[in-house]
Every structure is written in structure tokens, then in C-alpha cells.
Write a protein that binds this ligand. Sequence first.
Ligand SMILES: Nc1ncnc2c1ncn2[C@@H]1O[C@H](COP(=O)(O)OP(=O)(O)OP(=O)(O)O)[C@@H](O)[C@H]1O
Ligand SMILES: [Mg+2]
Length: 311
Amino acid sequence: MYRKPYMDIIEADNLSKSFGSFKAVHDASIAVKEGEIFGFLGPNGAGKTTIIRMLTGVLTPDAGSAHICGIDIKRHPLEAKLKMGIIPENGTVYSDLTAEQNILWTAKFYGMDSISRKKRAEEILAILGLTERRNDIVRTFSKGMRQRISIACAIVPSPPVLFLDEPTGGLDVFSRRLVLDTIRRMNKEGSTIFLTTHNIEEANELCTVISVIDKGRIVATGSPERLKKTFDTAKYVEIAFEQPVKKEWLETGGAFRVENHGDKWRLYTDDPDPAVKFLAALAEREHLKIISVATSSPTLEEAFVHLTGGA
Ligand SMILES: Nc1ncnc2c1ncn2[C@@H]1O[C@H](COP(=O)(O)OP(=O)(O)OP(=O)(O)O)[C@@H](O)[C@H]1O
Ligand SMILES: [Mg+2]
């Protein structure tokens, strides 16, 4: 098998995918370095799962290519899959087996001998807080416990690359913490992580690099700190007048964007000081009564909404 030398452990070049006439992914290129925790952040329907499915060989792209550890996923799917653990959106576990049997079966699949299988199962059950439930049939498990079993199976071989699609979606605080701790632990032990999430705070807390995807296109990539910096510079002044005002009036004040929110106007600016002075002068000139005025930095969530064109 040909394995090319690689710079990045996950490489996607210009991946595209359509379903019928709908183009779900446009020319997505991704490069993830060994050792990163890469977060793929985007709203519902942005194309996150579609891209994960292409990277993991479940779905064939219409155009573009993907390499995992330098192995072409299209040409050598089996070899590439041996390099990865996959936790899909709706976890795949054997409902009729017990928690422990699921792990043992997976370990057998990876060719581990019976002593190593038993030892690894023991270890993983403890990591994911499932030791007490080891002999219970997975069908009887709650969503959070099923998700933990799904992760347990994916980490059995300590894969070089771990793909997790919405690993904490719908989990309670306890399960969520276990899952995040497990992701960090796997990363420390050498796995490169690729995960998707809607949760910007979670991505901020966990990831070393984030790509933001919207409507099938990657719109920003950077470390959380770098992305936050972009967000942080976007401050706004919010004002309400008693009388109706024309948007054009507000647009002459130097703000880079003016938005109407209910009875309030938001003027986005890097520096609120001249914007507030401009508004006071405008009120004076047009005989407007100011009801309220406030300055604010947008929350990360608002920034994300702007970045993904949802506003
Ligand atoms: N098999 C399919 N057939 C038709 N359309 C599909 C298929 N799979 C995905 N799509 C469409 O492609 C777009 C992207 O879907 P995808 O599941 O990748 O989004 P996502 O970012 O994972 O969203 P979510 O956050 O809701 O999981 C959506 O509009 C979806 O309806
Ligand atoms: Mg999805």
C-alpha cells in the first residue's frame, strides 16, 4: 500500500458533496496536525456530519480527496480505518451485548489476545464510569450511558486519530465531564482528536484549533484565542429612541454595521466612544429623545451567529 509522507495527520483537499441537486459541502479543505484537538463548529445542517462521513470513508465525496496518516481513504479504506476510532452521531453499539462484551468484542476485532482484552476492558470501563454496569445489557442503558459505551469501543485500540460527531450532545453534566475528560486523556496518550460541536464554549475550553463551518463552507479557522480576538474587537452601542429614526441617519456615524433589534438599534464599532458622541449629537440635531443607551461586547454566541451568517 502506498502511504505518502505527511505533514498533517488529517488532510482533506477540496471535498465536495451533493445530495441530488443540493450541494451540502463546497470545497472543504482541512489540515489537522498530529496532537491537536480539532473542533469543527457549525449550526445544524452546516455539513459537519457529511464531512466526518467523507473523512472516515462512510461516504464517497463527489470531488476532492482525504488522507489519514498519509493514507488515501478512497483507495485504501481498510488501512485508513485501522488508524481511526469513530464515534458517529448516533452511536453504534451492540444493544444485545453487555457493556463489557461490547468492549471485549471490539478488542477481539483488533486482534488483541484474551489477557490484553480483559485488561483493556477493565481500564476503559473505569475511565468511562461503567464498571458497575459492566454486566448489564446495553439495550437497557440511557442515552448518556450508550454514548459512553460508543466511546469506550472507539478508544479500545488507542487509535492515532479519533473522530467524534457531537460527543456531548444531549448529555448531562456528569456524562459530559466524563466524555470531555476521556477526550483529553486520549489526546494526552497520543490520539489526535477531530470533533464536531454546536457548543462554542465547549470548543473554546477543549480545542487547540477550531474551524467554523456554515452552509457547507468553512468560514474561519484558528486557535480559540485567535477567533475570540476577532470576536472581542466587535463591540456595539445599543440605543432606543422615543421617535422613529431612519437607518441611514445611524449609518453616517462610522459604525461598520447597524442593526435593528425590536425598538433598539445596535451600532457595531471597534470604539464605542465616538459612536456614543455621534448618537448624542444626532439626538440633539433631530430632536430625538433617548430612552436607553448601553455599550456591550457581543457574547461568543452572538459572534458565532454573525460569523455563520445567521443574524
Ligand atoms: N443522505 C442525505 N440525503 C440528503 N440530504 C442529506 C443527506 N445527508 C445530509 N444531507 C443534507 O446535507 C446538509 C448537511 O447535513 P449534515 O448532517 O452534514 O449537517 P450537520 O452539520 O452535521 O448538522 P447537525 O448539527 O444537525 O448534526 C443538510 O442540509 C442535510 O439535510
Ligand atoms: Mg451532524
